[in-house]
Design a protein around this ligand. Structure first.
Ligand code: NDP
Length: 423
């Protein structure tokens, strides 16, 4: 995220945006069950999302003594990598007490070290395909770790000074505050728990799990399928991009406004790694034939999505950081009463959220290699469309409040929100 104001992934995120107060009570039960349900479904022959009543995995399917060892080892590895003096150190935005926190920008190094370790394990003959069997136990452990970490965060927040608390997470309702998160930037020494969880163990874990699914395919069928290679490469590109631009996460709502509670912890550690990559798990049990022609189409779609996503995010970031930079200086803008200007040409003159459009095109490209026989591989693109449409509406309200008439003028000039001529 270096050349972005916001990253592509503030994964967790985003669950909060879909639900409010009453949800805070139900979600900590409902979402973990959804994760287990979806994984169980991806490996069942029918893989029918609409089956009723929905069946959950049995207790025994969730147990494997290797899972907690692997999961805790993985988290420990990334804590270690976080502390290595690699990459630069950046400052976050100014906090309410006037200070700024320092963050190591070395998530991409973490991804490279993880890749090197995977290659070493392969070379040593480690059965990486066993991750397929371990998926449910690993998810169960990630959910358990999410609960334990959230309880720890909730308790320790009572010792935090009031300026260190998030504005939205202190309603006095223990369940809601536990869910939304009380403390803004919980740290142990220099180790920032929220920043660490945002992009590292879960996001890198997601692509490692994908790779495990690919190796399972190799075990079963001798070589990885084209569909599996496409899904793995697309999602690796997305994760690598997020980590390459890691610095931009420092200006996201997750870091700047949201407390660190169950919603973010669970989103980062369980929801993203175990639901965003369902396509790869699905392909292990439901092999698909992708013709070269279809593969080229899907590649172009993902390439186009990535291009729009990256270019539009970078353009806005560049404009916000330095509006006189040659790459943005020639763009047409309108003035606002706040002193900030709004872009009305370039990507931000095409639709009002070109970055969401690019993200959604990529999400669709991740599902297409899985064919049209099942709804399950489309879970991510459906969930993500709902999420971004809701997020866009919320951002729109905030911009209208911030920029007033100038925002109306922008909407008049650029009438479509995300999809040109549609929405
Ligand atoms: P955006 O990058 O879309 O930023 C919205 C802000 O940009 C507005 O509040 C406004 O802030 C500024 N802005 C809006 N219009 C203009 C304009 N015309 N000119 C200049 N500035 C403008 O925020 P998000 O955090 O929602 O999205 C960032 C990325 O993260 C996206 O690519 C999105 O797809 C991705 N994402 C991914 C998720 C995932 O789970 N994979 C979840 C959520 C997001 P201001 O004027 O104050 O600068």
């Amino acid at each position: 995220r270096s050349c972005l104001t916001k990253n592509n992934l503030p994964p967790s995120h985003k669950l909060s945006e879909l639900f409010s107060f009453s949800g805070a009570v139900c979600i900590p039960i409902f979402l973990p069950l959804t994760v287990l349900f979806l994984i169980g479904l991806s490996r069942s022959p029918e893989a029918s999302v609409l089956q009723w009543p929905p069946s959950l995995p049995s207790y025994n399917q969730l147990l494997d003594p290797l899972a907690p060892v692997l999961l805790l080892g993985w988290i420990a590895l990334h804590i270690l990598l976080y502390h290595l003096p690699l990459g630069k150190v950046s400052e976050g935005l100014v906090l309410r007490d006037g200070t700024r926190l320092k963050y190591p920008i070395n998530g991409f190094h973490g991804l490279c070290v993880s890749a090197a370790l995977l290659i070493l394990l392969m070379w040593l003959g480690a059965p990486l395909g066993y991750l397929f069997e371990l998926l449910l136990p690993l998810a169960a452990c990630a959910i358990a770790v999410s609960f334990l970490l959230s309880i720890y965060l909730y308790i320790r927040s009572f010792w935090a000074p009031s300026h260190a608390l998030a504005l939205g997470g202190n309603t006095g309702n223990p369940l809601y505050d536990f869910f939304i998160g009380r403390e803004l930037n919980p740290r142990i020494g220099n180790f920032d728990l929220k920043y660490f969880c945002e992009l590292r163990p879960g996001l890198i874990g997601w692509v490692v799990i994908n790779f495990g699914m690919l190796m399972k395919e190799v075990e079963l069928r001798g070589s990885p399928s084209l569909a599996m290679i496409l899904v793995n490469s697309f999602q690796l590109l997305y994760v690598a991009d997020a980590l390459w631009n890691e610095e931009a996460v420092l200006t996201t709502m997750d870091i700047v406004h949201d407390g660190f509670g169950f919603m973010l912890v669970f989103g980062d550690l369980a929801w993203v790694p175990f639901t965003y990559g369902l396509q790869a798990a699905f392909l292990v049990v439901h092999p698909q034939t992708v013709t070269w022609l279809k593969a080229v189409f899907i590649l172009l779609l993902n390439g186009m999505g990535y291009y729009i996503f990256r270019k539009s995010n970078s353009q806005k970031n560049q404009f916000r950081r330095d509006p006189t930079h040659p790459s943005v200086a020639g763009l047409e803008t309108i003035a606002t009463a706040t002193g900030k200007r709004l872009l009305v040409s370039g990507w931000w003159g095409f639709v009002r959220h070109p970055n969401y459009l690019g993200d959604l095109l990529m999400a669709l490209a991740w599902s297409l290699p899985c064919g049209f026989s099942h709804l399950l591989p489309f879970f991510y693109v459906i969930y993500f469309t709902v999420l971004l449409v809701h997020r866009e509406a919320r951002d729109e309200r905030q911009c209208k409040a911030k920029y007033g008439l100038a925002w109306d003028a922008y909407c008049h000039r650029v009438p479509y929100r995300i999809f040109p001529y549609i929405y």
